[in-house]
Design a protein around this ligand. Structure first.
Ligand SMILES: Cc1cc2nc3c(=O)[nH]c(=O)nc-3n(C[C@H](O)[C@H](O)[C@H](O)COP(=O)(O)OP(=O)(O)OC[C@H]3O[C@@H](n4cnc5c(N)ncnc54)[C@H](O)[C@@H]3O)c2cc1C
Length: 320
């Protein structure tokens, strides 16, 4: 087959006949994104790794693009939705197993839950990510991190499945992790093995509470958003620069805090967070992104690169 659309009811019916998980047609992506933005798509909620492999094979055989989705906390979906099969990893792919310092985590497990469960059991490493509202799979794929830590530091190996539905374990050394990138493009993360350090649970509980408080007080945590919109500008000369350096400081210094386009706003609380104040469209957020890039370039000569992934109508990444 070739040229089949993911919106074709025949495609959804063929997939439904193969998998045990739910196949939802014309499902609003806004429900699956922390921005609460995005038009309709055909979504599979796989119940097992086998479902994921079957879906990937079916999509690839039909020439339908596919898109792996976790908790949708680092994405901007298009207003018109996606003409791609969205494979949303969650329940059914969220197991947790441990033997001492080694933990195996399902990709669909929420990262904050992984952080809390490991910390409660007296293991340090993931606890730092308690305020990063993505899944384990999204954390590994994005090499998410904060407070001086990132997923790449704790991962020992990753179970992935490719477009042909073939599973394999990749050792840490074979995953080209860099800042907020894993290089696992074209693969779906199913599980990750991590290695953690023993620590007193009471100490970890205090740290988790402190980190969570910091998030609540310093960021618009309860408003629809995607966390940091831009990466911090890099390079050693930039880091030793006088004046505003981080993306948030630059946007604030450009006088953009509180600036709105439609329903999208540069958060008055933290300038690198753009929030959906209600009814924002993807077009509003994109226009605000372009505005911030232009002003920061003009005033400080800095190019801001997006950390949020701007998704095109076939599930492809757009440059922002
Ligand atoms: C309030 C807030 C605070 C945040 N703070 C931080 C922070 O401090 N540090 C930080 O790094 N990020 C932060 N983020 C961004 C985001 O939470 C992380 O990038 C997170 O790891 C994304 O995980 P997700 O499951 O939501 O991924 P999604 O947003 O669903 O997807 C992001 C990317 O990962 C891919 N992906 C997701 N799951 C898989 C999988 N199983 N296999 C293959 N690819 C997959 C998607 O295709 C997409 O390209 C924040 C976001 C919010 C809303």
């Amino acid at each position: 087959m070739g040229g089949v659309s993911a919106r074709d009811p025949g495609f959804a019916a063929a997939l439904r006949a193969l998998v045990r998980g739910d196949v939802r047609e014309s499902e609003p992506l806004a429900r699956y994104s922390t921005y609460r933005i995005g038009g309709p798509a055909t979504i599979l909620l796989p119940s097992s790794a086998e479902d994921v492999a079957l879906a990937l094979r079916t999509a690839e055989d039909s020439g339908v693009p596919w898109f792996a989705l976790g908790l949708g906390s680092n994405l901007l979906f298009p207003d018109g939705g996606l003409d791609a099969l969205v494979i949303r990893l969650g329940k059914g792919l969220d197991r947790v197993e441990s033997s001492g310092e080694g933990w195996r985590l399902g990709a669909g497990l929420p990262g904050p839950l992984a952080a809390r469960r490991t910390a409660e059991a007296g293991w340090a490493g993931l606890h730092k990510f308690v305020g990063v509202p993505g899944s384990v799979g999204g954390g590994v794929y994005m090499n998410a991190g904060c407070h001086g830590g990132e997923w790449a530091e704790v991962v020992t190996r990753v179970l992935v499945v490719d477009g042909k539905g073939q599973e394999r374990w990749l050792m840490r050394a074979d995953v080209p992790f860099t800042y907020r990138r894993s290089g696992l493009d074209g693969l779906v993360v199913l599980e990750a093995d991590v290695i953690l350090k023993a620590e007193r649970p009471e100490r970890l509980a205090e740290e988790v509470a402190e980190l969570f408080r910091w998030r609540q007080e310093g960021t618009p945590f309860n408003q629809p958003c995607c966390g940091s919109v831009f990466k911090n500008p890099g390079g050693p000369s930039w880091q030793h620069r006088e004046g505003p350096r981080t993306a948030g400081q630059l946007i604030e210094a450009a006088g953009l805090k509180g600036t709105r386009v439609g329903g999208a706003e540069v958060s008055p609380m933290h300038a690198n967070y753009f929030v959906n104040t209600g009814g924002a469209s993807a077009a509003d957020v994109r226009a605000l992104i372009s505005l911030a890039q232009a002003r920061v370039q003009e005033q400080f000569g800095a190019s801001l690169e997006t950390e949020v992934k701007l998704i095109g109508t076939r599930g492809e990444y757009m440059h922002g």
